[in-house]
Design a protein around this ligand. Structure first.
Ligand code: FEO
Ligand code: CA
Ligand code: CA
Ligand code: CA
Length: 594
């Protein structure tokens, strides 16, 4: 075959080989530095981090735990200063405290856990000649935690499903949990997905109403005590006392980082499920499309199409208008069909058509009017039920059960939309959905990346699998048709990002190929389509997330370093980033070409 064209700009690095080092490993000729770590000061008065003497008062002012999504928003009028906005997905208490007694957490440990959740807004400064970013005590710096006041908007705001004894109006929520990935909006705010919110709520098994019990079960809320046992200290986490508190989580959150006093918003028009994130595409007429995956085995892909148009600019008036964009419009769920359904046997073998591909339709579930009132488009469910129990609406309309939809993101250059389907150990097992063309492998360990050509504001799309991940030497993998002897092994795609040229970058979580997780570039067009190269790996036990790929730098979140079986703060499996015999600390890292 002919010699391929030169590698695209910025992708001519030497791939990092798979490894299990306790380090961030970058290509030759690149430099790296930690931007900010768990416990570093964020707001005025924050003390220096002291692992052995951590307090909730300190944690409320410091960078939280388990950084996931990262957004970098340029500060007006400056080419070197940004707001870094980061999600803190969850806490793993045995890694926060030495001698942690999981059966008997203390009130202070619970308060530290609440304060280590949420988001951080931190001003960072770049410098000439490098990609280094240094945190500053800027005027926008802010910590949002498990106790910060949020407002609910959209058709479920004020619904009986959202009322609690602390909030009889059903319009105000304290806190946000399990903020996984997210997106920066064109109007200068940040969206964040509340993902695995089931794990915070106790005593689902005491619920006797079969309708309520079915809803809880569909959202994975089960059992008696929760793992963190917050319910012992705050009754809102006890379903026996506050049955509706759980309904106040599982939303897309919008934070205006330019106003540290503004209450963040939970947008109920986008439905409630395990939102991995929400990311935006704007059509030529200013219609806003928000894509969001529900990260659960056999769950669905959604989009929301606004009825309002985006106001241009990022001034105060535009911002005030644009933060209402996600409160009026239509929520859809995806249904896919394949071109060669008879040839899919769960083995991952390509059909004779040469690729896994097909068509899809967006099935409308819920229309929210300009007045904020919802209209159900699903037989047998009210608008409030569709908004709050969206998974059940997806079930009713026969949406396609996917292999854990994670990041779901439009390419800003081409408009094509990509979904990371991370894995699904239960695909094709007894009583579960069989493999189909978009999810072509039984007991899928390594995941796949889906490419959609979407009629953004419309209801139809075509799709194909760009990558069927795993060991390139294995027969059940596919790399966009590219020569598999020339690609890096990739497993469990989680987060997606695009560089300014529209190349795809994929970060991984849970690599099933005996190497640490990492960040990969993927060529999308031309004769190198499908060429996948590992740009970096993260330390042992960590996942790679929040990638930002700019001309000057690559930024990644290194989440849960050292989180391996049998490890804990008493027996750390990693000493990254501080080295020596230090405790591992989730951190954000910048990498740049020397
Ligand atoms: Fe928090 Fe879907 O990863
Ligand atoms: Ca994720
Ligand atoms: Ca992303
Ligand atoms: Ca994940």
């Amino acid at each position: 075959s002919a010699t391929p064209t030169p590698e695209p700009r910025g992708l001519d690095f030497t791939a990092v080989a798979p490894n299990t080092e306790d380090a961030v490993v970058v290509p030759e000729g690149y430099e790296q530095a930690v931007v900010i770590r768990w416990g570093d000061p964020v707001v005025e008065g924050a003390p220096a981090f002291d692992f052995d003497n951590q307090t909730s008062a300190a944690q409320e002012k410091q960078f939280g735990f388990n950084n996931d999504f990262a957004g970098l928003l340029p500060i007006d009028g400056s080419s070197t200063e940004y707001l870094l906005v980061v999600n803190h997905e969850y806490t793993t208490e045995p890694f926060l405290f030495t001698g942690y007694d999981a059966e008997n957490p203390t009130a202070e440990q619970v308060a530290i856990g609440l304060a280590a959740h949420g988001l951080s807004v931190v001003q960072v400064a770049g410098e000439n000649g490098s990609g280094k970013l240094t945190p500053q005590m800027g005027r926008y710096n802010r910590r949002i935690t498990g106790s910060t006041e949020f407002v609910l908007t959209g058709p479920a705001a004020g619904s009986d499903f959202l009322k609690t004894s602390a909030d009889p109006t059903g319009t105000k929520v304290f806190g946000t949990f399990n903020n996984c990935s997210g997106g920066v909006t064109p109007w200068g705010t940040v969206l964040s997905g509340e993902e695995n919110i089931n794990q915070y709520f106790a005593n689902a098994e005491s619920v006797t109403d079969p309708v309520v019990a079915e809803r809880l079960a569909r959202y994975g809320v089960e059992g008696a005590a929760s793992e963190r046992k917050w319910e012992r200290f705050d009754k809102r986490f006890d379903l026996a006392q506050e049955p509706n508190e759980v309904n106040r989580f599982g939303w897309v959150v919008e934070v205006n980082p330019w106003d540290p006093t503004a209450a963040p918003i939970k947008h109920t028009a986008l439905g409630r499920f395990k939102h991995e994130a929400a990311t935006i595409h704007v059509t030529d007429d200013g219609t806003v499309v928000a894509y969001s995956g529900d990260d659960e085995r056999f769950d669905y892909m959604y989009k929301f199409v606004s009825s309002r148009k985006m106001m241009q600019g990022t001034g105060a008036a535009a911002l005030r208008s644009n933060v209402t964009l996600l409160d009026a419009g239509t929520l859809y769920v995806a249904k896919l069909s394949g071109d060669a359904p008879d040839q899919i046997d769960g083995s991952g073998k390509l059909p004779t058509t040469g690729q896994f591909a097909g068509k899809g339709e967006w099935i409308p579930l819920l229309r929210t009017g300009e007045d904020g009132r919802g209209e159900s488009l699903v037989d047998g469910m009210s608008a409030e039920e569709v908004a709050v129990f969206t998974r059940l609406a997806g079930d009713k309309v026969g949406a396609t059960k996917m292999d854990r939809p994670e990041d779901f993101e439009p390419n800003p250059v081409t408009g094509k939309v990509y979904v990371a389907l991370t894995n699904n150990s239960n695909r094709g097992t007894e009583g579960k959905a069989a493999a189909d063309e978009a999810n072509p492998r039984d007991k899928n360990k390594n995941g796949q990346v889906l490419e959609l050509d979407d009629d953004h504001a419309g209801t139809s799309f075509t799709w194909n699998l760009l990558l069927v991940c795993g060991d390139p030497a294995a027969a059940d993998t596919y790399f966009g048709g590219f020569d598999k002897s020339q690609v890096s092994p990739i497993s469990c795609p989680d987060n997606l990002a695009f560089d300014a040229d529209g190349n795809l970058w994929v970060s991984t979580d849970g690599n099933a190929l005996d190497s640490n997780d990492g960040l990969f570039s993927v060529v999308l067009d031309g004769d190198r389509r499908g060429q996948t190269k590992q740009f970096l790996t993260v330390p042992k036990g960590a996942e790679t997330c929040g990638p930002i790929v700019q001309e000057q730098r690559v930024v990644v979140s290194v989440q849960h370093p050292g989180e391996e079986d049998d490890a804990s703060a008493d027996a750390p499996a990693s000493h990254w980033p501080d080295g020596g015999d230090s405790q591992p600390r989730p951190s954000v890292v910048a990498v740049w070409k020397v």
